[in-house]
Design a protein around this ligand. Structure first.
Ligand SMILES: [Cu+2]
Length: 458
C-alpha cells in the first residue's frame, strides 16, 4: 500500500503539513459509526433530488494547509444544487455529527417549517439523525445554503465551518445571455480574536471555492466569451471586495435578483451572505487574478486564477481604480411605491452583557416585530453603532428604497448592508405568512443578541 497516496494531498510535502483545529475528534463519529449511518436504509419511500451528508473532513486548502472542518458531502464548498423555478425539490440531510444541525435555504421564499431556522420552528436535524426537506424552488436566481447553527465562541461550527454551498434556481425560460457560468464562493479559515476585547473575529487563511490562491484549478476561459460569475460571500464575519484586473464586471443581479440597471464596475463588494451576479467580457487575454483587493487577504489565499486558453505564466494582479460600491447605482431612479407602514429598527450595542440590541432588546429578549399582512412595510434600519451590519430577513425579499440618503427602487435583496451611523430603508411586502427570522449575517453579531422574529399581524 506504500504506493498509495490520497488524491488531493499529493502536492503537499509531508513535513510541511499543518493541521488546524486538531481537537475535533471527540465531537464526531468513528469511521465505523459513520459507515453504519451511511448504510442505514434512509428514506425508503423515495429517492430525494439531493442528499447532503454533514460530516467532518480534512480540507486541503493548498500550500500545505489542512483544516479539519464540517462540510457537506465531504467537500468544500458543498455541491452546486441546480433546480428550476416552481419545481418541488426534496433534499435529504444526513447529520453525521453528534450535535444538532440545521440547513438554511438562503434567499428562498419557503415556509418556516423547512426554511432552516430553529427559531421559526424548523425542526433541528438531531445528531446522528436525518430529515427530509421538501419545498417549491422559488424565486429564481443565485441562492445558497448554509448551516444555521449558533456558534458563540466555538469557531469550529456555524458559518465558521465549511458547511456552505450554492443553489441555482433557473427561471422557467432561461434567456442565458452568457457563454459560461462560474460559481465563486468566498470563505475564511483559522479564526482568532483580533483583540483582547474578544469582539472582532479575524482569520489567518482565505479561500475561493475551497482553495487558496494559486493552488486550485484556474477558471478557464476563451477570448470573446461572456462569462457569468455567480459570487457568494460565505464568510462568517467579513466583507469582501473583488476585482479582476484588465476586466470590468457588468452587475446583472444582487442577491440573485435581476437589477433594473445593469452597470459596469471595476470592483464588486459583498458583505456576509450577499451574492453578486456579474458578466465579464473576456477581452484581455492572459492569466489574471480574480481576487480580494486587500493585499494581505489576497496573499493569504483570497483569490483564484482566470486563465485564457493558450495563455501561460504567473497570474497577474494590479490594483483597481478607486470605486465606491453603492446599491443605488444599479437601481431605478424613480422613487419606490408609498409604504403602508413604517417600522423603526434601531441598531445599538446591547446592555446586560449582550453585544447587540434591536430597539433596545437583545435576542431572545427581543419583542416580535409585527409586519402588516399584505401591506408594504417600510423597515427603517437606523444604525447607531460604529460597525457595519449586513442584516438578513428570511423567506422574503426587501426592496431598498433609500441608499446613502438617496431614493432608489427596484433593488430586491435578502441581505442589506447598513453602514455605521447610517439609516437605510427597505420595504417588505408581507406575503409569506409565518414567523421569519431577522438577524445580522455577521455570525458573531447574530450569536450575541442581533436577532429577532418577525410575525404577521392578524
Ligand atoms: Cu452585525
Amino acid at each position: 500500500m506504500a504506493g498509495f497516496a490520497l488524491v488531493g494531498m499529493q502536492r503537499v510535502p509531508r513535513g510541511s503539513r499543518k493541521v488546524i483545529n486538531g481537537t475535533l475528534n471527540s465531537l464526531f463519529l468513528t469511521r465505523r459509526q459513520w459507515l453504519a449511518l451511511a448504510a442505514a436504509p434512509a428514506f425508503a419511500d423515495s429517492r430525494a433530488d439531493f442528499t447532503l451528508h454533514i460530516g467532518e473532513i480534512t480540507a486541503d486548502l493548498g500550500h500545505g494547509h489542512l483544516v479539519k472542518t464540517l462540510a457537506y458531502n465531504g467537500q468544500v464548498p458543498g455541491p452546486v444544487l441546480r433546480m428550476t423555478e416552481g419545481q418541488t425539490v426534496t433534499i435529504d440531510v444526513v447529520n453525521g455529527t453528534r450535535r444538532p444541525e440545521m440547513v438554511h435555504w438562503h434567499g428562498f421564499h419557503i415556509p418556516p417549517e423547512v426554511d432552516g431556522a430553529h427559531e421559526e420552528g424548523t425542526p433541528m436535524v438531531q445528531g446522528l439523525d436525518q430529515r427530509r426537506y421538501s419545498f417549491t424552488a422559488q424565486p429564481s436566481g443565485t441562492r445558497w445554503y448554509h448551516t444555521h447553527a449558533m456558534a458563540g465562541f466555538d469557531f469550529r461550527i456555524g458559518t465558521y465551518s465549511g458547511q456552505f454551498g450554492m443553489a441555482i434556481v433557473s427561471p422557467r425560460s432561461d434567456p442565458a445571455r452568457y457563454d459560461a457560468e462560474v460559481p465563486i464562493l468566498l470563505h475564511e479559515w483559522d479564526p482568532y480574536f483580533a483583540s483582547d476585547m474578544r469582539m472582532d473575529v479575524a482569520f489567518r487563511l482565505f479561500s475561493v471555492n475551497g482553495k487558496m490562491l494559486g493552488t486550485g484549478e484556474p477558471v478557464r476561459v476563451r477570448a470573446a466569451q461572456r462569462v457569468l460569475f455567480r459570487m457568494v460571500n460565505a464568510s462568517a464575519t467579513l466583507r469582501h471586495r473583488l476585482a479582476l484586473p484588465g476586466h470590468a464586471f457588468t452587475v446583472m443581479a444582487l442577491d440573485g435578483n435581476a437589477v433594473p440597471t445593469p452597470r459596469k464596475v471595476p470592483v464588486v463588494e459583498l458583505s456576509p451572505g450577499e451574492r453578486v451576479d456579474a458578466i465579464v467580457e473576456m477581452a484581455t487575454p492572459g492569466v489574471w487574478i480574480l481576487g480580494e483587493t486587500d493585499d494581505r487577504q489576497r496573499a493569504a489565499g483570497a483569490g483564484i486564477a482566470v486563465e485564457y486558453a493558450g495563455a501561460r505564466g504567473t497570474p497577474r494582479w494590479s490594483p483597481p481604480p478607486p470605486h465606491v460600491w453603492d446599491y443605488a447605482a444599479f437601481g431605478d431612479a424613480r422613487p419606490a411605491a408609498q409604504a403602508d407602514v413604517r417600522i423603526p429598527l434601531v441598531i445599538e450595542p446591547g446592555t446586560d452583557g449582550n453585544l447587540w440590541a434591536i430597539n433596545g432588546r437583545s435576542y431572545p429578549q427581543t419583542d416580535p416585530i409585527l409586519l402588516h399582512r399584505g401591506a408594504r412595510n417600510r423597515l427603517v434600519f437606523d444604525n447607531r453603532s460604529s460597525m457595519d451590519h449586513p442584516v438578513h430577513l428570511h423567506r422574503h425579499t426587501m426592496e431598498i428604497v433609500t441608499s446613502a440618503g438617496r431614493p432608489v427602487s427596484g433593488i430586491g435583496k435578502d441581505v442589506v448592508l447598513v453602514p455605521a451611523h447610517q439609516t437605510v430603508e427597505a420595504d417588505v411586502v408581507a406575503r409569506s405568512p409565518g414567523p421569519s427570522l431577522f438577524h445580522c449575517h455577521q455570525q458573531f453579531h447574530m450569536d450575541f443578541g442581533f436577532m429577532a422574529l418577525m410575525r404577521y399581524s392578524a
